[in-house]
Design a protein around this ligand. Structure first.
Ligand code: SAM
Length: 248
């Protein structure tokens, strides 16, 4: 995929932080999803649904777009306007208490939102794992603290984030929080490459929050933070022999 293909949709109206499409592009490039048109993908904490649009178009799968702060009605109107109303289902549920079917999703994607609700050990196993199919994949991109400053979020980030500084954790810390399970095959966490471009797109949007963030870019954001990439692959207990997947 190419972020440039989605330029028309990326604006101060749809952005809620650093360019989520760019973050998604890097994740999909690094870990191309293996999905079928009948598969369902959960976009968790989808905000205005920008990433849901990209996921639907790039994968061809059905997308369930969940967000807490933006209503399903508002996102539904946007999806219809964008011509993807039939392929994306908006819902408004708290990620702490989701109501989906067991093993419903082939993949879960969460951009710039996982840090708000998943920062406790056992969250992934208890609240999300039951909804994922065997062999399922998870792609997460969130702002965090560089590994070099692990454990110093409050001290270093408070001037910018005040009481929310503790939400920023290093890739190493996220690896510990995700933990293990007999259903998990692989977990990788790392500092992503798209940091500067994603922030520059946010600043160029002219969003009032972007202008506020801009004041802290050189002094706090650039020296201490990063985007944390998280990839999880579940064990594949059963693969039907005629299972033909589409690679994004
Ligand atoms: C910074 S916005 C990012 C939105 C979008 N993913 C993007 O990148 O543009 C963070 C999103 O996380 C969502 N969020 C925060 N806590 C949540 C929770 N407990 N359950 C579901 N969504 C949550 C908010 O509703 C918000 O839209």
């Amino acid at each position: 995929m190419n972020t440039g293909d989605y330029k028309a949709y990326i604006s101060a109206e749809t952005m809620m932080g650093p360019d989520s499409v760019r973050i998604l592009e890097e994740l999909l490039h690094q870990y191309p999803l293996q999905v079928l048109p009948e598969d369902q993908i959960l976009d968790l904490g989808c905000g205005t649904g920008l990433t849901s649009l990209v996921i639907a178009k790039e994968t061809g799968a059905a997308v369930i777009a969940d967000d807490l702060w933006i209503s399903a009605e508002e996102n539904e109107k946007r999806f219809v306007r964008w011509g993807v109303g039939g392929r994306i289902t908006p819902v408004c549920e708290n990620a702490d208490n989701l109501h989906f079917e067991e093993r419903q999703f082939r993949a879960l994607i969460s951009i710039d939102s996982y840090h708000y609700f998943a920062g406790t050990k056992g969250y992934f196993q208890e609240k999300l794992l039951p909804f994922l199919k065997d062999g399922g994949e998870v792609l997460i991109g969130i702002p965090g603290l560089q590994d070099a400053f692990d454990g110093r979020a409050k001290e270093l980030l408070s001037p910018w984030l005040s009481g929310e500084a503790h939400l920023f954790k290093s890739p190493r810390h996220w690896r510990e929080l995700i933990g293990d399970s007999d259903r998990i095959d692989t977990v990788k966490t790392w500092e992503m490459d798209c940091f500067r471009e994603a922030w520059e797109d946010w600043f160029a949007s002219g969003h009032p929050y972007a202008l506020e963030d801009r004041k802290y870019y050189e002094s706090v954001i650039l020296p201490y933070t990063c985007f944390v990439g998280i990839y999880i692959r579940l064990k594949n207990h059963s693969t039907p022999s005629n299972h033909q997947e589409r690679t994004v």
